[in-house]
Design a protein. Structure first.
Length: 317
C-alpha cells in the first residue's frame, strides 16, 4: 500500500540564514514519520539574498525537495497560494522557515487530524511574549473588531501554520480572489478544525519582514475582504447628522421665539462642526475608496504571482 504524501509548504523571503536550521529540523520530523512520504516545497518570494541558491543546492541533492521561485516579491499570501497550487500531497502543511512555526509539532498535528477525523489542524500563539506591547495591543484590538463586524470567526493569535486535508486544500484553491487573506479564507471555507496552542517563539535567524505599518495595512485588507460593515458607516453617520441638524434647527427656532432679543453667536463652535462633518465625509469617502480599489484590482484579473524558476529547471540543465 502506497504511503500517503504530506506536502510541506515553506514561504521564503530573505531566509538564507534561517534555512540551514530549518532543513535540520524538518529532516528530523521526516525521519520520525516513516509511515508517510514527504515533499518539501520552498517558495522563494523574490528574495534579495541567497535564499534561491540555498534552496537550489538542497533540491539538487534531495529528491524530496521542490521549489518555486518568483520573478519578484509578490508577498507571503501569493507564496502560500503558489505552494498550495504546487502541492501534490494527500495533506498539505504551511510553515515558516524561521522556526517560529516549530516543525516538531507536525507529528502531533497529524495524529490529531486522524483521531478527530477533521480536515484541518491549525495553530495559535498561546501568548505574545517578546512582542512589542504596542503591537500586541493593536493585534488584540484587531481581532476584537473583526469578530464583531464579520460573519467569519477569527481566532486570536492564529498562525498560518496549518495542516490540511486534500479536500480542504482544493476548497481553498477554489477561492480565486486576487486580494487574499488566508486566515480568513481558511475560516470561510469551513470544515472541522482542531487547534493547537504553543508559546511565542523567536526567529532562529534573520529579521522579521513585517513592520507595524505593513501589519496595519494587512489588517485593513482583512476587514475589507471579510466585512461590508464599514460601508454602512456613511449611511448611519448621515442619518445621525441629519437628525442632529433638525434638532439643532428646532432649538434655534424655539430660542428665538422664547427669547426674541437673543442672537446666535459662536463662530468657533461652527468651525468645529464644519471640520467634524468634513472629516467624517472624507472618512466615508476613504472607506468607499478602499472597497472600490479592491474591486478595481479584482477586475484587472492579474496573476497572483509569476514563476521564474522551479526544480524542473535543474533537471533540464
Amino acid at each position: 500500500m502506497a504511503k500517503k504524501l504530506i506536502s510541506v509548504i515553506v514561504p521564503c523571503y530573505n531566509e538564507a540564514s534561517a534555512l540551514p536550521y530549518f532543513f535540520e529540523e524538518i529532516d528530523k520530523v521526516i525521519a520520525s514519520m516513516p509511515e508517510y512520504a514527504f515533499e518539501a516545497i520552498y517558495v522563494d518570494d523574490g528574495s534579495a539574498d541567497s535564499t534561491l541558491e540555498v534552496v537550489r543546492e538542497r533540491a539538487s541533492k534531495d529528491p524530496q525537495t521542490r521549489y518555486v521561485s518568483f520573478s519578484r516579491n509578490f508577498g507571503k499570501e501569493s507564496a502560500m497560494l503558489a505552494g498550495l497550487k504546487s502541492a501534490k500531497g494527500d495533506y498539505a502543511v504551511i510553515m515558516d522557515a524561521d522556526l517560529q512555526d516549530p516543525p516538531s509539532l507536525l507529528p502531533e498535528m497529524m495524529k490529531l487530524l486522524n483521531e478527530k477525523k477533521c480536515d484541518s489542524v491549525a495553530t495559535r500563539r498561546g501568548n505574545r511574549k517578546g512582542e512589542p506591547p504596542i503591537r500586541s495591543l493593536f493585534a488584540r484590538c484587531f481581532y476584537g473588531i473583526i469578530n464583531k463586524i464579520s460573519n467569519v470567526k477569527f481566532v486570536s493569535g492564529a498562525r498560518d501554520y496549518r495542516l490540511m486535508s486534500r479536500r480542504m486544500v482544493d476548497a481553498v484553491l477554489s477561492m480565486c480572489e486576487y486580494n487574499r487573506f488566508s486566515k480568513g479564507i481558511f475560516a470561510w471555507v469551513g470544515f472541522k478544525t482542531e487547534w493547537i496552542s504553543y508559546p511565542n517563539i523567536k526567529r532562529v535567524a534573520g529579521k522579521t519582514k513585517w513592520s507595524f505599518w505593513g501589519l496595519f495595512k494587512y489588517s485593513i485588507d482583512c476587514i475589507v475582504a471579510f466585512s461590508t460593515v464599514p460601508l454602512s458607516v456613511s449611511s448611519y453617520a448621515g442619518i445621525g447628522l441629519f437628525l442632529l441638524s433638525i434638532l439643532g434647527s428646532l432649538a434655534i427656532i424655539i430660542r428665538k421665539i422664547v427669547v426674541p432679543e437673543s442672537s446666535v453667536t459662536g463662530w468657533a463652535s461652527l468651525i468645529c462642526v464644519i471640520l467634524f462633518v468634513g472629516g467624517l465625509q472624507l472618512l466615508c469617502i476613504g472607506i468607499l475608496g478602499q472597497y472600490l480599489s479592491k474591486t478595481y484590482m479584482e477586475t484587472k484579473r492579474r496573476p497572483d504571482f509569476i514563476v521564474a524558476e522551479t526544480e524542473n529547471d535543474l533537471k533540464n540543465d
